[in-house]
Write a protein of this length. Sequence first.
Length: 100
Amino acid sequence: MAVTLYAEFTARPGRADEVETLLQGLVAQVRTEPGNARFDAYRVRGDGDRFFVFEEYADEDAFAAHISAPYGGPFNAALGELIIEDGSQLTFLERAAEPD
């Protein structure tokens, strides 16, 4: 079963462009992961300090591989210095109604 989630976080005042630059590198790396189906980063319209990252992986194994990727730790350490929250806030999703 696919793993779908989103991450949210807020840049510290004056640090949003640094967060976006950091995310650009991560997006490029994650999209090359074999089990990654989608990894899109957004700034929230009307609040450029807020970020939203939508992620989808083929299955639990693909998500586990993503979590253990060597670039994840350095990214999260750098991000932690730039955002208000104590790390990105993750919300896991389950597919709801599908048309027949």
